[in-house]
Design a protein around this ligand. Sequence first.
Ligand code: GTQ
Length: 347
Amino acid sequence: MTTNPSPDLLNRRESFYRELEPHAMAALWTRLRRLIPTEPTPTGLAHRWAYATARPYLMESATLISAEEAERRVLLMENPGLPGTSRVTNTMYAGLQLIQPGEVAPAHRHTQSALRFIIEGSGAYTAVDGEKTYMEPGDFVITPAWTWHHHGHEGDAPMIWVDGLDIPIVSFFNGGFREEFAADEAPVTRPAGDALARYGTGLMPVGYKAPTLNSPVFNYPYARTRDALYALLRAGDPDRHAGYLMRYTNPVDGGWAMPTIATMIRLLPAGFSTSPYRSTDSTVFICVEGSGHVMVGDQRLEIQPHDIVVVPGWARYTLHAGDDLVLFSYSDRVAQEKLGLFREQRF
Ligand code: GTQ
């Protein structure tokens, strides 16, 4: 039972709250509902970055600065609902990186984890912890936290990929460290393809002990991924809420490929629409091939190849394929699962 507080009591409460302020204290009951909500309020906005819009700016950036001078020549995607934060979602960063033939993006390392999802070009490599991998469109490449990495380009046309990093997560924990390597290129000590051969064929060197929670496979080539998706399509029906959805796994333990960023890829056959779904992880989608659209509430976002779409966590959405649509996606789901926070709802 609560009785109506008197005007005197209400006045005293207000002055009490003001008296607390200089002592760096506050009354929980004035904030409880905001601090502990009944359910998440989606943060940031649903948004699409059209590749056709972004690409000319990225190409012009190469006339303004070299990869060497920029360190990384990247145009980052900032969620229009999170202005000034350099965030694509509450917990993730996204950028489009361009490297031109002959350029080197110099070696550095940082405690943020990075993924690359390759958009266009051929002949560029990323060197991670002593091994180069040459990248092709649709490849998913991992740069684990605190590994030396640089990028180079031995081909003859521009090479572009999406960078996905956990920058907001690391800054939340105030755990950001960075070092530049003494030379532009860090030493390469193993042949290209070594990691895929050792760890990525269903085999594993006996006695191998994983040094980190990252997959030792650091390039998941699209040719294999695409074959797997189409094998699923030939073998059965798509999931009603997800299509033919696969996650990239760490072959050491079957878990996610990275400790803080969950990565997945899906095929939606031509004409297919998913049933409404939502999950607590704000998600970045990259269109690999095909076309379609995303509905977030009643907002319609068109998708063409290489477009980037973000869907805020706990917003209800559906995916619609025009042609066969392949979507790569990444989010903080792996971190939420480890912390017991991940929830999803199918309608
Ligand atoms: O390629 O190492 O988009 O360190 C942002 C930070 C790319 C990279 C980014 C980075 C990198």
